[in-house]
Design a protein around this ligand. Structure first.
Ligand code: NAD
Length: 478
């Protein structure tokens, strides 16, 4: 049981101003594993004031030379590296991510992202003199956007926080970060790392809390920019609020991506990559290709391959190194996944593997990896984000039809194309309306913009584009 009684505000541990607590429960065992204070509005005010001071005080973080900020970010990356195993185990215990995956994605990736942006800001031109057409020159400056409210979901709490923290710090912004109530314990390890790295007080503050705390943050009059990752429903509400306030906002939202299997795909050779592109983190990953589009000529074979693969995955306690599929992050999340499995059945889809709770796992919020065949793209299970280990195999005639089905969705975040002809795969991928897509695999890279179109969001994280999201341009006509 990990217990914390203070909040990380202003560079140190602050006494909470309210009495509420968040109790953290293990997704695998349903045992209580932690308790932390829930930030009150007064705590958010204090965190925003600390970030405001760190931003506004002359000579502070935004005024530092970029190389000096980069040094501090590298110290933070080092401090996170020293905690990577603990962070991976905390994330795994809280949200059910198999620990072998958490070690890589939650343990290693955040410091990779921090170092990428530290390098980028050492060399990025933050000012340029641009020859004009009206007889003069313009000094174009990329200034930090200001104080950022960053709201993060529970599925990749450290990595998705780093997608915001790294570019924001590099740009010279200061921040208030709100983790999800499901995953607050790893946020304390982040706070310790920030202290060890000696970031100036107030540059990064953490306020654990639920949606009411999030709502309060984004409307706070002293916040300049909002960065949100989470559900499309919450994203719409936040977009409306930020629209009213004319406050810049980046939104990384839900997905319902397609994994397009072309008629020449060698599924046997790529099954390991298929796991990462369709079922990673128990299906609780925003970009997964949960609609598997299979050519009619190979439909039975594709259904069989995916069913055999899903059925072979080891389901168990997330902290067991051999586990490939852990539990859902919460009871509510399992209910939601089970209700979609029920809907799929009632709409006429055929369960070829899974569909229930695994036997022998009486504690924890487990769902069997499940494959539906005979799915029409209009079915609810093909249109709505399930966020669990549930795949729908949808038949298509020719490539034009595959592309049309892939694009027949409200979302546009990820996707993949499976083929023996790489160039053909790229051509098909370029026809899909989506922010990101992979050929014979899917692996987001820190150097490339990540984000969605349509109901999957607005704006991009990662790459130089992710840095631009934390900057405001100023033109000085010389
Ligand atoms: P959620 O929207 O319920 O919560 C996300 C975060 O926002 C939490 O910290 C929550 O407390 C807060 N929040 C919720 N409603 C809010 C509101 N109205 N105002 C301010 N804050 C609010 O989502 P979740 O269930 O935690 O996460 C799963 C969702 O996140 C899925 O839809 C998934 O696809 C999406 N997601 C998207 C990406 C991406 O990069 N596009 C990555 C991971 C997850």
């Amino acid at each position: 049981m990990e217990r914390h009684d203070a909040l990380f505000i202003g560079g140190g541990w602050a006494e909470p101003q309210g009495d509420d607590h968040i109790t953290v429960v293990s997704a695998s065992t349903e045992e209580v594993i932690g308790r932390v204070p829930e930030a009150s509005e007064a705590d958010v005010d204090a965190a925003v004031a600390a970030a405001r001071g760190a931003f506004d005080d002359p000579g502070g973080w935004p005024d530092w030379e970029p190389a000096r900020r980069a040094d501090a970010m590298e110290r933070l990356a080092d401090a996170l590296d020293r905690r990577k195993d603990r962070i991976a185990r905390l994330v795994s215990a809280q949200n059910g991510m198999p620990v072998a995956i958490a070690e890589q994605l939650e343990g290693v990736f955040p410091s990779v992202v921090l170092r990428y942006y530290a390098d980028l800001v050492r060399t990025a031109a933050l000012e340029e003199r641009r020859p004009g057409l009206m007889g003069g020159t313009t000094l174009v400056r990329r200034r930090p956007a200001g104080v950022v409210a960053a709201i993060v979901p529970w599925n990749y709490p450290q990595t998705l926080a780093s997608f915001k923290i790294a570019p924001a710090l590099a740009a010279g912004c200061t921040m208030v970060v709100k983790p999800s109530p499901e995953t607050v314990l790893d946020a304390y390890a982040l706070a310790e790392a920030v202290m060890e790295a000696e970031l100036p007080p107030g540059v990064l503050n953490i306020v654990p809390g639920g949606r009411e705390v999030g709502r309060y943050m984004i409307t706070h009059p002293r916040i300049d920019k909002v960065a949100f990752t989470g559900s499309t429903a919450a994203g719409r509400e936040i977009a409306e609020t930020c629209g009213r306030l004319l406050r810049p906002v980046t939104l990384e939202l839900g997905g319902k991506s397609a994994a397009i299997v072309l008629d020449d795909a060698d599924l046997g050779a790529t099954m390991e990559n298929i796991f990462g592109a369709t079922l990673l983190n128990n299906g609780q990953t925003c970009y997964l290709g949960t609609r598997v589009l299979a050519p009619r000529s190979r439909y039975a074979e594709v259904v069989e391959a995916f069913s055999a693969f899903a059925g072979s995955l080891q389901v168990g306690d997330a902290l067991d190194a051999a586990t490939q599929i852990g539990p859902m992050a919460s009871a509510r999340q399992r209910d939601r996944v089970e209700s979609y499995i029920g809907k799929g059945r009632s709409e006429g889809a055929r369960v070829t593997v899974g569909g229930g709770r695994p036997s022998g796992l009486d504690k924890g919020w487990f769902v069997e990896p499940t494959v539906f065949a005979d799915v029409d793209n209009a079915f609810t299970i093909a249109q709505e984000e399930i966020f669990g280990p549930v795949l729908s195999v949808i038949p298509y005639g020719d490539v034009d039809e595959a592309v049309a089905i892939a694009n027949d969705t409200d979302y546009g975040l990820g996707g993949s194309v499976w083929t023996s002809d790489h160039e053909r795969g790229v051509q098909v991928a370029c026809r899909v309306h989506t922010g990101t897509i992979g050929i014979n695999g899917y692996l987001p890279d820190p150097t490339a913009p990540f984000g969605g179109v349509k109901a999957s969001g607005i704006g991009r994280e990662l790459g130089p584009e992710g840095l631009a999201a934390y900057q405001q341009n100023q033109s000085v006509y010389l």
